[in-house]
Design a protein around this ligand. Structure first.
Ligand code: FPP
Length: 261
């Protein structure tokens, strides 16, 4: 019946997505969302494709989710793209993963500029191959003037390594007398983290069914809401992001206080 009136399933999907985005925007939108983009390999395997195809599809999906998060009004999106543990993967896979930021930024940078999105990175830049460093640094430089959403890539990033570096820096300052032991607060530590310019994530999303943090943002996720889904990253679309945000909005964040506070 509805089809006879010119209604198409796809129209409904778009209309309902737009409506849901509008509704989500009326409530408190998570200011910072962090995502563990897992399941590229399983997505590819399910389709009898090489793992590389999964990573490439995962890379393309970054564009979809970035655009959607930006439209909703998210302030920062941090994406776990390569961990300090990922170096253990076969050389060919590491090589491909190190080319994806270039490939992504080469095609998406003009759009990031149009959307006023600012690219940042956490992780150890100098451990990345030169070509990856050049691509990421170029995107950081070009988008530095932008004032909209921050798109923050975690590359060669590990939470324990970040904590270790921060502890060393603080210890060094205490040792050389530029910081007093008694003046060390939680803020001192936060300000030595690679995320120093960003608020802690309000919402952490992990795709593909694993229920762990995998060394991601160990300090910063202390009070974040978690959302896990079985959906593999390349298939995680606008609808899934909205579901995660809708769930976040229905929760009561208490920060250790009492209900209703
Ligand atoms: C985990 O899936 C995914 C990664 C280790 C890489 C994530 C990288 C991207 C999505 C693309 C990066 C692109 C840019 C622009 C930085 P997995 O391979 O562990 O999947 P599996 O657990 O199913 O094998």
């Amino acid at each position: 019946m509805l089809e006879k009136l010119g209604w198409k399933k796809s129209d409904n999907k778009n209309v309902s997505l737009e409506n849901r985005m509008a509704d989500v925007r009326k409530e408190s939108v998570p200011n910072h969302i962090a995502i563990i983009m897992d399941g590229n390999g399983r997505w590819a395997k399910k389709r009898a494709l090489p793992r590389a195809a999964g990573h490439r599809e995962g890379m393309k999906n970054i564009r979809t989710i970035t655009r959607c998060a930006n439209k909703i009004g998210v302030g920062a999106l941090t994406l776990y793209a390569f961990s300090t543990e990922n170096w253990k993967r076969p050389a060919l896979e590491v090589d491909l993963l190190m080319r994806l930021p270039e490939e992504f930024l080469n095609s998406f940078l003009p759009e990031l500029m149009e959307l006023n999105i600012k690219v940042q990175m956490i992780g150890e830049m100098d451990g990345l191959p030169d070509h990856t460093q050049r691509a990421v640094q170029n995107a950081i430089n070009q988008t530095a003037v932008n004032t909209g959403m921050v798109l923050n890539f975690a590359l060669n990033y590990g939470g324990r390594r970040e904590l270790l570096l921060s502890v060393k820096e603080i210890a060094h300052q205490v040792q050389n007398g530029t910081l007093n032991l008694d003046d060390i607060t939680e803020e001192t530590i936060s300000s030595r983290m690679m995320t120093a310019t960003l608020p802690d994530p309000d919402l952490l999303i992990r795709t593909s069914g694993e229920l762990r943090l995998s060394n991601f943002l160990l300090w910063q996720l202390a009070y974040s809401e978690f959302w896990f889904t079985d959906v593999h990253w390349p298939e995680f679309k606008e609808d899934d992001l909205l579901q995660a945000i809708e769930s976040y909005q229905s929760r009561n964040r208490r920060y250790g206080g009492l209900k209703g506070e």
